[in-house]
Ligand binder design. Structure first.
Ligand code: OGA
Ligand code: MN
Length: 300
């Protein structure tokens, strides 16, 4: 297995292209450890020509830990669901593999992926890796962009670093949906338990490398102890800082790419494509993290 760096910034390498390994075949513990070591350094790894079917993707993903159920799948009615619960459906297709129409609720909800985010940051124990497999890619558009939150942290001035060191943020999927215009009152009325805000540190330390990173996400609604408008304005400033071009790598998809990213140290977003006329079928598995990042509030 060989890793070619795709970008560099002042903090080091970010995003690597991996060759010389077939992820659909049997992999030894050493090979998995090599991938994990690559993830620790690059935070995003791109593998081409990995012809996964769903079961193969699930099997490979489980080598990195326990899988999460997809929130979209959990919130969707069973009859609207196209894939198994452990596969997040990152496509514009319905259960009958027809393109979703303009006003389809599932389509509109998925547009939240266009905001910079970290997967499942709305869970008290947030996600570790995400693995996204491209089965069908559109003719134009639909890139995924990744931002290096280690480099973004490193580039802050020392005053800002001191100020944010112990800040705690609140994340909920309801906040990111509010940003794209879903009215607070009717988003997820039947799923209030899944939308209750959870708390996270704004600055996280990677358990293996010890590197600090900014833990930002579109799901952040406030900072504990701050007035909401002030918190949101500050989070917006930090997000703007963290997503400057020198911290970003854009992935241009080919069919059968598999991209793995570390949600603890990166943010990502989907870019636009013509989803009413062009098919994009991607499937994501998500590895559960192993700990809280901050104490949770006692239920009232
Ligand atoms: C995801 C996601 C972005 C994209 O799968 O978690 O945000 O480009 N995808 O589809
Ligand atoms: Mn995502």
């Amino acid at each position: 297995m060989h890793i070619k760096p795709l970008t560099h910034n002042d903090s080091g390498r970010f995003a690597g292209e991996v060759t010389g390994i077939d992820l659909t075949g049997h992999l030894t513990a050493d090979q998995i450890a090599d991938i994990e070591a690559g993830m620790d350094e690059y935070a995003v790894l791109v593998f081409h020509d990995q012809r996964f079917d769903d079961d193969g993707q699930l099997r490979f993903s489980r080598r990195f830990g326990e899988l999460e159920a997809a929130l979209g799948g959990e919130m969707a009615k069973p009859e609207d669901r196209r894939l198994k619960l452990e596969l997040a459906d990152i496509s514009n297709l319905d259960r009958d593999n027809r393109m979703r129409t303009a006003d389809d609720k599932v389509r509109l909800n998925a547009l939240g992926n266009r905001l910079w985010h970290s997967d499942a940051s709305f869970r008290a124990i947030p996600a570790k890796y995400s693995l996204l497999s491209a089965r069908v890619v559109p003719g134009r558009g639909g890139n995924t962009e990744f931002a290096d939150m280690r480099a973004a942290y490193d580039a802050l001035d020392s005053g800002t670093k001191a100020e944010i060191e112990d800040l705690i943020t609140e994340h909920s999927n309801a906040y990111s949906r509010e940003v794209i215009g879903f009215p607070r009152e009717d988003y997820g009325v039947h799923n209030q338990d899944k939308l209750r805000p959870v708390r996270h540190r704004l600055v996280r330390t990677h358990p293996v490398t010890g590197r600090k990173s900014l833990y930002l996400s579109a799901h952040i609604g406030t900072i504990v102890g701050w007035p909401v408008p002030e918190a949101r304005a500050f989070i917006r400033d930090l997000t703007e800082h963290a997503t400057q071009r020198q911290f970003v790598h854009a992935h241009v998809w080919r069919p059968w790419d598999l991209v793995i990213w570390d949600n603890r140290t990166t943010m990502h977003r989907a870019r636009r494509y013509d989803d009413l006329t062009d098919v994009r079928d991607m499937r994501r598995t998500t590895i559960r993290g192993d700990s809280l990042t901050a104490p949770q509030q006692q239920a009232a």
